[in-house]
Design a protein around this ligand. Structure first.
Ligand code: ATP
Ligand code: MG
Length: 277
């Protein structure tokens, strides 16, 4: 028996009869930080909505912490799985940040003081603790996305899914989100994030799943996936910038971070024979 946190068996889904957008997916997830990548329209958002129980499969099954999503209410699943929506406007509906972020914890039954403490901690994590009483729509898109992330963090679920978390983020925003994902992973949580940002993907995740037209095209550790440059190119996916640079220097292995790149150069120079002048 597969005891992973998420088990997906032959999953199929269609918005309109006979037009499947998820075409038979088998996957399992345990504690890890995993990125889902793939072209626009390949089914990534649909897939994570199925995991959260917001859409129902036409066939196949999904188990979240052992619960079959077909027979478990969305309210019950919400204790185990949180989803940050692709578009913040689909998620935000309260008058202040603190109310917005407290809503989830209250909804899963936390007493009000505990919910407030959870919300304050989550706003602190995303760097918005000084804006508690502001209306979410008085913030720009990048901060609204951070509010959505805080709203999910506050629920302290075992599984956290982020649909394009770095949308509209500048360098510092991306670094903040990267640190949050690493922290969650270190706490033993399962984090799944959809991203179009390959640099962020390479630097943040240990596993990458590539979607194409409702199928899984590749599923492997990050380095192995970014070895497949020809296949990725065929499906209009770029390598991370640092990996592209490494290829220009004919490095044998894909390098995923600037630090790894610098270390590689240092080691290479160190190994060169030195000649007396
Ligand atoms: N609510 C909907 N009703 C009908 N079709 C939909 C709906 N949402 C998505 N689709 C279609 O389902 C397919 C998969 O869409 P989905 O949003 O899951 O892709 P995605 O990989 O998340 O794309 P992107 O990278 O652009 O966010 C697309 O063909 C899309 O047009
Ligand atoms: Mg999407």
């Amino acid at each position: 028996m597969n005891t992973a946190r998420i088990v997906i068996q032959d999953l199929r889904f269609a918005y309109h009869e006979s037009e499947e957008v998820i075409k038979g997916i088998n996957l399992s997830f345990n504690r890890s930080a995993t990125a889902l990548i793939g072209e626009n329209g390949s089914g990534k958002t649909t897939f994570v909505k199925l995991l959260k129980g917001l859409l129902r499969p036409i066939s196949g099954s999904i188990y979240i912490n052992g619960y079959n999503t077909a027979t478990t209410t969305v309210a019950k699943l919400a204790k185990y799985i949180g989803l940050v929506f692709q578009n913040p406007n689909d998620q935000l509906f309260k008058q202040t940040l603190i109310d917005e972020v407290m809503f989830g914890p209250l909804n899963i039954g936390q007493p009000i003081l505990q919910a407030k403490a959870s919300a304050e901690k989550a706003l602190e994590m995303v760097g918005l603790s000084n804006s508690k009483l502001i209306h979410p729509y008085d913030l720009g898109l990048s901060d609204r996305k951070l509010v959505c992330i805080a709203a999910v963090l506050a629920m302290d679920t075992d599984i956290i899914i982020l649909d394009e978390p770095t949308i509209a983020q500048d360098y510092l925003g991306k670094e903040k989100i990267k640190q949050i994902i690493k922290e969650l992973r270190d706490q033993g949580k399962l984090v799944i994030a959809i991203t179009h940002d390959m640099d962020f993907g390479a630097e943040t995740f240990e596993r990458i799943i590539v979607f194409h037209d409702g199928h899984v095209l590749l599923d492997d550790d990050t380095k192995t996936v970014f070895k497949e440059h020809d296949l990725l190119k065929e499906f209009h996916l770029e390598l991370p910038h640092i990996t592209q640079l490494g290829r220009k220097f004919n490095f044998p292995e894909p390098l995923l971070t600037v630090d790894a790149f610098v270390d590689h150069i240092k080691n290479r120079n160190h190994q060169k024979p030195s000649y007396p002048l």
